[in-house]
Design a protein around this ligand. Sequence first.
Ligand code: HEC
Ligand code: HEC
Length: 296
Amino acid sequence: MKKFFKWTGIVLGSVIVLLLIGYAFIYFSVESRFNKKYEVAEQPITIPTDAATIALGEHIAAIKGCGDCHGQDFGGNVVIDDPALGLVTAPNITMGKGGLSSRHGTFTDQDYVRAIRHGLDKEGKSLKLMPSYEYQPLCKKDLAALIAYLKSRPAVDKEMPAIAMGPVGYVLANFDKLPLIVAEKVNHSAPLEEEVHPTVTVAYGKYMAVSCQGCHGSNYQGGAPIIPGSPLVPNITGKGKLSNWTEDQFIQTLRTGVTPEGKKLDPKYMPWPMAKEFTDTEIKALYLFLKAQQTS
Ligand code: HEC
Ligand code: HEC
């Protein structure tokens, strides 16, 4: 009997040691990806201050869901708070106490571009979980308007706690199951297009559909969810859900969060409140584009 306990002790002990070594390996490998520095070329951009530009910027911020994470007043918010996954906060991005200048000393127009278009902080390290891969294709006009709008927002004094990943967060990041190290997912050398005109065309729909790729995949065919606890992500192509939805039913779904089949979409997993802000032109173009995706 004594011998039995001795051997189980040794086996259990070895398993624990192996697990700890494995975790240490994961931890350091993810940390080194966090700390990697990226060099990106500066993109000359002028930020206008006229009312029409700021109104366009407000619309871009609404359809890209910036306030869902940063708070509707952009003073910061908790995005994930889970003992195993970790604490992910979206920082205060106003000019108040705890905001951009107060944390970084200064925050230039290029710093906004680096964060929004490249997913990089002021030192060139990857931001965590900030979906810059979805904002990277924004044209210069829309990007400048977005920055103009952010700069026009009232200062909010609010200090958010720092991001602290938990063990499960590290493991998921290690296996790329959580889009945490965003700079790795961005094409840093993609050109900055001058202007993309909103028209009901497949091309404009493609520009809009970038906001769906993060979850529905680069081919919009869905699959395993990226948000822990989320339902499976459906196929939203012409071969999937859209095969028998009319344009009207698609618009109704995105504006009410209820599908033609009567399924209620949980805004925690499917961000329809962001899609609700799409203009008629934007949503119709998106339908055209998704419906035209016919490969299965
Ligand atoms: C899914 C949640 C989420 C959404 C949506 C989001 N962000 Fe972020 N954002 C974050 C997080 C988290 C950080 C902090 C990352 C870090 O510190 O590593 C961040 C960082 C930033 C920063 C850099 C702040 C700094 O101090 O360096 C800026 C600027 C920013 N976001 C702007 C935006 C804008 C503009 C939008 C909309 C186009 C947006 N964010 C949408 C989560 C989000
Ligand atoms: C943060 C992840 C996420 C993003 C971003 C996202 N979706 Fe979804 N979407 C989901 C999930 C998860 C479901 C399934 C929800 C459910 O079953 O309750 C879903 C469901 C849907 C449905 C309903 C399909 C059905 O089951 O009947 C449509 C339509 C849809 N999404 C369209 C879009 C479009 C268009 C975009 C881009 C503008 C988009 N989604 C962006 C996660 C996302």
